[in-house]
Ligand binder design. Structure first.
Ligand code: ATP
Length: 359
């Protein structure tokens, strides 16, 4: 576990940084924080743990880091069982939401700290710090103190300090959540590029689906201690395994309509005026009466009710505002439709995906 891949491309065949959990449980008394999780990351992958507050993401990450002892189950890194190894023997580096920089130390000393703790010689240490600072383009900040840095710069320092240890795995717990919305967009882009540049397997915890969809190679969608689906952003969005995933992803989320045999789901952006689907092929026609229109700039959200056949279910359509030619008014009935391939069916009892029924 002590070997690293930097400058040693030959070692790449070994999945040094693959992370695996096997039947992993963590119970705090009655609370099943992590309730049987089996995930396997690929080597060098950006894997996101996504889910609502309290679903167990942080507990799962802390167990992988070695900061929390599992109730049962195993954790493997690079194919080796590390369940009982201390954090420092796992080849991981963790970045927390708070960054936890030492306020009285310069940025240089902050980044050098883990190397100093290892007893590294000064010259080697300087080379490593310079290298990691250049990877994150923070060379000019090295003599400053953390309070003299912006939130985005602090985030880069925290990453540089994690990188300098040449970990096989990065574990990141909501590292962008302290940044304002605008900075978060650029920080997301930066973090994504950085991860691709250094090619270190990264497990990233967030409750923000935009971060997950934008950065993840794959996303593990969690709820109540369980992974409900593990897939690429496109898979979890377009092909949700169950109603939780369908309802969690998307803003607004998937429309879910109760019928006697199935829950019928379709995304607001697939639910459009019939003529806008021209050339798409097989359509499911869903006439609806508009109750409210919300203009959000790029999108126009159109709220309304389906016909009696669907129990007058409330649904939302999402039309790009660039479709200016289509005037919509409240209290009017319109012929809307969804491409049949975009309609998903769920079993109302198990909430899992089910065979389609005729509509
Ligand atoms: P958030 O996004 O709010 O951080 P999370 O998905 O990371 O949530 P966890 O922090 O892993 O969730 O918590 C999962 C569950 O375990 C929650 O119900 C939480 O209250 C509980 N829990 C976490 N740590 C402890 C602890 N040390 N003692 C008791 N219960 C805990």
């Amino acid at each position: 576990m002590q070997s690293t891949r930097f400058g040693k491309p030959n070692q790449k065949e070994e999945p040094l940084s693959q992370v695996e959990t096997q039947s992993l449980f963590k119970h705090f008394g009655e609370v099943k924080a992590v309730d049987g999780v089996d995930i396997v990351s690929s080597d060098e992958e950006f894997l996101v743990l996504l889910g609502p507050s309290g679903c167990g993401k942080t507990t799962l990450l802390r167990m992988i880091a070695g900061l929390e002892k599992p109730t049962s189950g195993d954790i493997l890194i690079g194919g080796q069982v590390v369940t009982h190894l201390p954090p420092r023997a796992r080849g991981i580096a963790m970045v927390f939401q708070s960054y936890a920089l030492y306020p009285h130390m310069t940025i240089y000393k902050n980044i050098a700290f883990p190397l100093k703790a290892m007893g590294m010689a000064k010259d080697d240490m300087k080379k490593k710090v310079d290298w990691s600072a250049s990877m994150l383009a923070i060379e000019r900040l090295l003599q400053r103190k953390p309070r003299e840095l912006s939130g985005g710069e602090r985030q880069r320092v925290a990453l540089a300090r994690a990188l300098v240890r040449e970990p096989n795995v990065f574990l990141l717990d909501e590292p962008l959540s302290n940044l304002d919305a605008k900075l978060r967009t650029s920080a997301r882009e930066e973090l994504y590029r950085f991860q691709k540049d250094v090619s270190i397997t990264t497990i990233y915890v967030t409750h923000d689906q935009v971060e997950a969809m934008g950065m993840g190679d794959r996303i593990a969608v969690m709820n109540a201690g369980k992974v409900r689906q593990l897939g690429t952003p496109d898979e979890v969005y377009s092909d949700p395994a169950d109603m939780f995933v369908a309802g969690f992803l998307g803003s607004p989320p998937m429309n879910l309509i109760e019928t006697p045999d199935r829950i019928v789901g379709f995304r607001p952006e697939s639910f459009l005026p019939q003529q806008m689907h021209e050339g798409i092929g097989d359509l499911v026609s869903l006439p609806f009466t508009v109750t409210r229109i919300e203009n959000l700039g790029a999108d126009r959200l159109v709220y309304g009710k389906l016909e009696e056949r669907f129990g007058h279910a409330a649904v939302i359509a999402n039309l790009p505002t660039s479709f200016t030619s289509y005037a919509i008014e409240t209290k009017q009935r319109y012929d809307f439709a969804v491409p049949r391939k975009d309609v998903k069916f769920f079993d109302p009892r198990t909430e899992l995906r089910a065979e389609p029924i005729p509509l």
